[in-house]
Design a protein around this ligand. Structure first.
Ligand SMILES: [Zn+2]
Ligand SMILES: [Zn+2]
Length: 259
């Protein structure tokens, strides 16, 4: 199983998971053109993409939805409430033939992958993160959450790879230029995960199996990649787990897992 972060941050998110034959995207917050270009840059065949699983309806996660509906035959994996929000925001209707309807807490089999959406605290209709098990490998994409709940930690147990939000440094956010209401929103229970909370969650889900941690959804304004990296590295210091940073501009991938 393979993992790539095509884009990650408040200007657009897209993760790619693949068994080499079939590729599932998690979120599509960059253009279809960029999705294809970034896959190609990593030497992945864009023709293998067969579906996109949406986490929630914020624009940095769904920007390409209408174009994907028109210009691809990809399946849309989505919960009913997030589907309604996407349809209303984009003024589209996604036909049943293109849908795999999800419920948080219930796994579906998608092309041989076990896709499990699970609830996260975030200010959207029905936000979820994903745990995906494919062949011998298990990975999770966990971004856009205000706090590291026990339920989230439970779903991050026994992974080979964890892509985890490290959104902001609390002091940088507090002392920064964002308007007070936006700061309050980000810091709230349903906002975004701080470096500190990321570290706490990471410490709870360490296991001998975990090989890769990818820090994701870093704020360009309110975080410093070195601070995020330092926080995670402290937690990982007595392990051989590889630490990576996903970026807004440059796609990255990790070595194939479980192959
Ligand atoms: Zn986001
Ligand atoms: Zn969001």
């Amino acid at each position: 199983m393979r993992y790539a972060a095509l884009a990650s941050g408040s200007k657009g998110n897209c993760h790619a998971l693949s068994d080499g034959q079939r590729t599932l995207l998690v979120d599509a917050g960059i253009t279809l053109k960029q999705i294809r270009a970034r896959l190609t840059a990593l030497d992945w065949d864009p023709g293998t993409v067969q579906g996109v699983a949406f986490t929630h309806e914020h624009s940095d996660h769904i920007a390409a939805a209408a174009v994907l509906l028109r210009n691809t035959d990809w399946a849309f994996l989505v919960t009913r409430e997030t589907l309604a929000a996407i349809e209303s925001i984009h003024g589209i209707e996604i036909p049943a033939s293109r849908l795999v309807l999800l419920r948080a807490g219930h796994a579906v089999d998608w092309n041989g992958a076990r896709v499990l959406p699970f609830a996260i605290p975030h200010d959207a209709s029905d936000p979820v993160a994903y745990r995906v098990e494919w062949g011998a490998a298990a990975m999770a994409v966990v971004t856009d959450l205000g706090q590291p709940t026990a339920l989230v930690a439970d779903h991050c147990a026994g992974l080979d790879l964890l892509a985890l939000e490290a959104n902001h440094d609390v002091d940088m956010l507090r002392n920064g230029d964002y308007p007070a209401p936006l700061k309050a929103r980000i810091l709230s229970r349903v906002g975004h995960l701080s470096n500190e909370s990321m570290g706490e969650l990471l410490a709870r889900v360490l296991s001998p199996r975990l090989r890769h941690v990818v820090l994701a959804h870093l704020s360009e304004q309110n975080n410093d990649p070195e601070l995020a990296r330092f926080t995670a590295a402290e937690v990982l210091k007595h392990t051989t787990i590889a630490l990576h940073l996903a970026s807004q501009q440059t796609p990255m991938q990790v070595a194939p897992l479980g192959e």
